[in-house]
Design a protein around this ligand. Structure first.
Ligand code: SAM
Length: 304
C-alpha cells in the first residue's frame, strides 16, 4: 500500500513539473520531412541482417527481441483490416507491406485476406529469407517476398490497393522519397496504412530507458530524432498527393498500465530481471497518440 502511494505521488510530481514539456516535440533536425544525411543519424538498419534478429523474428517468448512487435500485432492487424474493409472493395486485392521484416504482420494480413495477393518487401535479405521460410512452413501461400528498398520499389504505378508500413517510417532518413513511392504504387482510391512512433519527451525517455538503461532493445534500433509527429504525418501525406485521415481518426497503441503493472515493472528492474513481460502485456488501441500511433491516408479517386 505504502509502495503504491509512493509510486502515484512520484508520477504526479513528474507530470506536474514536466507536463507542459512532455508533449512538446524536441527538435534536433531542422525539418524531419527533408532529407537527413544517413551519416547524421545513429540508427542501425543493418541489424536486421544480423543473426540475433533473423533468428528472433518468430521467437514467441516474452524475452525475444521481437516480443514488442508480436504484442502489437493483433491491435495493428485489426485496425488495418477494418480500414481495408471500409475503404477498399473486392477480394482480389494487391496488398504491399513495405519493410515487412520477418513477416509478422504480413502473414497475419495474408491469413485474414486469403484471396488477396500480398507482397512483402524489405531491404534485409536475411529477414526476407526468414519470412519466406516461415510462410512456407505455415502453408501461407498468398505472399510473395522480395528484397527491396523503400526508396525504389520494383512495382508498377497504380499496382496496389493497399500499402502498409508498420514500424518502418521512423527508420527512414528520406521520408518524402519513400512516401512518393507509396503514392506512385497506390491505385486511385487505394489506402496507405501505417503505425509509427511520435516524437516527444516521453518517447525520447522511453528509448533512453529501454535501449540504454535496461537494454531490452538493442542500442541503435531507434534514433528518436527520426520519430514523426502526427502533424508531420499529415504534412507528409499532402506533400506526396495523399489525403491523410484527421488526427481524430489516428489511434494510439500502448499497454494497459495499472498500479500493479507499474509496480511489477519497477520491482523486476530493482531485482535485476527483465521487465519486458509487464511492459508489453495487454497492449490495446486507445486515443493516446503520445507513443506508438496508427493512421492512414487515401489516394484520391480519379474524377471522370
Ligand atoms: C522494426 S522493423 C518492422 C518490421 C515489420 N514491419 C513488423 O512490424 O513486424 C523495421 C523494418 O524496416 C526495414 N527497413 C528499414 N529501412 C528500410 C528501407 N530503407 N527499405 C526497406 N526496408 C527498410 C528493416 O529492415 C526492418 O525489417
Amino acid at each position: 500500500m505504502l509502495k503504491d502511494i509512493v509510486i502515484v505521488t512520484l508520477v504526479c510530481i513528474i507530470i506536474l513539473l514536466m507536463g507542459d514539456k512532455i508533449f512538446q516535440p524536441p527538435q534536433e533536425f531542422n525539418d524531419r520531412l527533408s532529407v537527413i544525411p544517413e551519416s547524421c543519424t545513429t540508427i542501425d538498419n543493418n541489424m536486421y541482417n544480423e543473426k540475433f534478429f533473423v533468428e528472433g523474428w518468430w521467437d514467441l517468448s516474452s524475452k525475444s527481441i521481437t516480443s514488442g512487435l508480436h504484442a502489437l500485432n493483433p491491435v495493428r492487424r485489426d485496425y488495418f483490416q477494418n480500414l481495408i474493409r471500409e475503404h477498399v472493395n473486392g477480394s482480389n486485392l494487391n496488398i504491399v507491406d513495405i519493410g515487412c521484416g520477418g513477416g509478422i504482420l504480413t502473414e497475419a494480413l495474408a491469413i485474414i485476406n486469403p484471396s488477396s495477393n500480398i507482397t512483402g518487401l524489405d531491404q534485409s535479405s536475411n529477414s526476407i529469407q526468414t519470412a519466406a521460410d516461415h510462410a512456407k512452413q505455415s502453408n501461407v501461400n498468398n505472399i510473395h517476398y522480395a528484397v527491396s528498398s523503400a526508396y525504389s520499389i520494383p512495382l508498377p504505378d497504380s499496382f496496389a490497393d493497399v500499402v502498409v508500413m508498420s514500424d518502418v517510417l521512423e527508420h527512414l532518413h528520406d521520408l518524402t522519397l519513400a512516401m512518393s513511392e507509396v503514392s506512385r504504387i497506390l491505385k486511385p482510391g487505394g489506402i496507405f496504412l501505417y503505425d509509427t512512433i511520435n516524437r516527444n519527451r516521453f518517447t525520447v525517455a522511453f528509448i533512453i530507458f529501454t535501449e540504454h538503461i535496461i537494454k531490452i532493445i538493442p542500442r541503435g534500433a531507434h534514433d528518436w530524432r527520426l520519430f514523426i509527429t502526427p502533424d508531420e504525418m499529415i504534412k507528409l501525406s499532402n506533400k506526396v498527393g495523399l489525403s491523410s485521415c484527421p488526427p481524430s481518426e489516428m489511434r494510439g497503441m500502448s499497454p494497459r498500465l495499472s498500479l500493479k503493472s507499474l509496480e511489477n515493472i519497477f520491482m523486476s528492474i530493482l531485482s535485476g530481471n527483465n521487465p519486458c513481460n509487464y511492459i508489453i502485456s495487454d497492449i490495446y488501441e486507445n486515443g493516446f497518440l503520445f507513443g506508438n500511433y496508427l493512421g492512414y491516408s487515401l489516394k484520391n479517386k480519379v474524377r471522370l
